[in-house]
Design a protein around this ligand. Sequence first.
Ligand code: NAP
Ligand code: 8YV
Length: 326
Amino acid sequence: MPKTDILMTGRMLPSVIESLDETFTLHRMWEAPDRDTFLREIGPRIRGIATSTMGGRADAALLEFLPNAEIIASFGVGYDNVDVQEAAKRGVIVTNTPDVLNDEVADLTLGLLIATLRRIPQADRYLRAGEWLKAPFPLSPSLRGRKVGIIGLGRIGKAIAQRLEGFGVSIAYHGRNEQTEIAYRYYPTLIDMAGAVDVLIAITPGGAATKHLINADILKALGSNGVLINVARGSVVDEQALIEALRQGTILAAGLDVFESEPRVPRELIGMDNVVLLPHVASGSVHTRKAMGQLVVDNLISWFEGKGPLTAVPETPWHGRAAIRP
Ligand code: NAP
Ligand code: 8YV
């Protein structure tokens, strides 16, 4: 029996490629000398797509080449790399990789918060430069006595909050909806929460609905002792407004894992001493990336065995109509 044809849009982990190669006929889009010629040739045979934020957008232009696509399995819990409205319109199921990365991302967020406040990378650079031989490293700001506001108290936001409780800080949250079972203080507006806390942690989805949620007004409300941690998406923060706020002392410092035009990071940020900058690594351990990759594979296998998707996103809910392999 011929194997089902799957398109991979960009290189994924070797374990994912190996697993998909075993079960499917895998077509590697990044290896094609000319994308459009390649897609015109194999497009009609493709029934499943494996994609990620690092492998180009799965959008209308791509789907136009793939009239028989049934499922897009995306690597990552955030799926702003997929045009879900277009997929829904075409009856294509979209899956992501929720939950398996909650603890890893929350651990990294706490690490980034402490690193930003206690200036850990700066202290490391100071020692390596031989500066300690001349004078002790200057005293740093502290997490002690701070109030933390989480923007997006979802799966990962809750894992972050759970860890923050161990640090003995006060916790509040903002989202579109109040979660009545949650004891933390809820702020229906972000500006009010920014004015009431001195740390903001962003962990929302990206996309149009959250674009520049954190702008000059929010940073002003956060204030001169305020710290911004962004582990959500670069698009959630107005990067130019943030650069200006850091430069002017409107806020104290920032810890950023994500940027507006990754992997490009503005020169202004790279030149600043009051920021800690990470190359989008919050889920980036061998353990967790392997689990995320396995979920991509399992979603595709489950779908083509006729068992439905394992983790469909809410915009393309499954109503029990999975394809059965011929
Ligand atoms: P989730 O469980 O769906 O939680 C998302 C939270 O964001 C919800 O609490 C939601 O609450 C809130 N939210 C959604 N839209 C909002 C809006 N317009 N304004 C304010 N709040 C909004 O998702 P998750 O699994 O925790 O993942 C969250 C996000 O983290 C991902 O989508 C991704 O962007 C990011 N992420 C980044 C990394 C990294 O490597 N840096 C790794 C993993 C995830 P309401 O519905 O009540 O608004
Ligand atoms: C991944 C992420 O690094 O899950 C997400 O939303 O941002 C990260 O875990 C990213 O999606 C890799 O493509």
